[in-house]
Design a binder for this molecule. Structure first.
Ligand code: ZN
Length: 315
């Protein structure tokens, strides 16, 4: 959960989206038959499931980051912000409908809108789950299968069956207010805590960012509007996810673009009202437009992609 400290957009409306069409990986005419086949094999379909929930699909693998589709009302978009006493709901029917499979699940932090559906998803898909000690302890407390949990802390580089690598970087969640505080901050090291019942029980638990590399295309994702500039120095993703807000992280958009080498594509993430059902389509708030404008000003050659709920873009 990253949005509470930032101003809620005053006006929300539906509008047209750009960049949601199919952009098949072009097979270069100059390439050999083999090269073309390899390119086609590694084409990646990127699909948005709201919040920072993304599905990356190739012919041989499915990777999910922060998969969460249960989406119940918390008040996150009211002036008061999310009610910490809100009971966690897991809507298995919604998960089954929208997230049929997974090989690897990446967790950026422990807030409910990133982690609450992961135990059920892990159980049903058999996927490997990467997260911090706290994330994994929270997942254990929600009955996630122990044998699939992989504790990471940043610095790891793993190659997975299916032909992709995942590199993990240390990060911090964005912190707001006079005293630089993280919403539902805290960690749960050591023994597994009591089963989380309310959204406040799902503490942030440290944050991670991920570089997912499929060979022909790579993606860098941070689950909140913050990152560690020196940790990611020199990475060159094809696709960079950026979320609106970030008002408490100085020059968040500009520094992130610079640190990642001004990637060819920028995808807006975590910009929807996640109190509303996924099937309604994203409510386009005013806050993605300043993001688009900042990206255009700082990185004029990057293509800004706005993808609606359940829509996809092929790379
Ligand atoms: Zn969030």
């Amino acid at each position: 959960m990253t949005r509470t400290p930032d101003p809620t957009p005053a006006v929300r409306r539906r509008g047209l989206l750009k960049g949601t069409g199919v952009a098949a990986v072009a097979a270069t005419a100059a390439g050999s038959g083999i090269a073309v086949a390899q390119q086609a094999d590694t084409a990646v379909r990127l699909r948005w499931l709201g919040t920072n929930s993304w599905e990356f699909t190739t012919e041989t693998a499915t990777v999910l980051i922060d998969p969460w589709v249960s989406r119940f009302p918390t008040g996150a978009y009211t002036p008061e912000g999310a009610d910490p006493e809100t009971e966690i709901e897991v809507h298995q029917d919604v998960i089954d409908e929208h997230l049929p499979k997974a090989d690897t699940i990446l967790v950026t932090h422990g807030h409910w809108d990133h982690i609450a559906d992961v135990p059920y998803l892990a159980e049903k898909t058999g996927a490997t789950v990467l997260g911090t000690e706290t994330h994994l302890n929270l997942l254990r407390a929600m009955d996630a299968p122990e044998e699939q949990l992989s504790q990471v802390g940043g610095g790891e580089l793993y190659r997975f069956e299916g032909g992709y690598t995942v590199e993990v970087f240390r990060a911090s969640h964005s912190a707001g207010g006079e005293h630089k505080q993280i919403t539902f901050g805290g960690t749960r090291p050591g023994k597994v805590p009591k089963r989380p019942k309310k959204i406040k029980d799902l503490v942030e638990g440290g944050s991670l960012t991920y570089l997912i590399d499929f060979g022909t295309v790579s993606f860098f994702n941070a689950g909140s509007a913050s990152f560690h500039e020196r940790e990611i120095d020199g990475i060159r993703p094809t696709v960079l996810f950026i979320q609106p807000g970030g008002g408490y992280t100085p020059d968040y958009v500009e520094r992130l673009l610079a640190a990642t080498g001004y990637p060819p594509y920028v995808v807006a993430t975590h910009w929807d009202d996640f109190d509303r059902p996924l099937t309604e389509g994203a409510e386009i708030g005013a806050d993605w437009k300043p993001l688009r404008d900042r990206v255009a000003a700082a990185s004029p050659d990057s293509e800004f992609l706005l993808i609606d709920h359940l829509e996809h873009h092929d790379f």
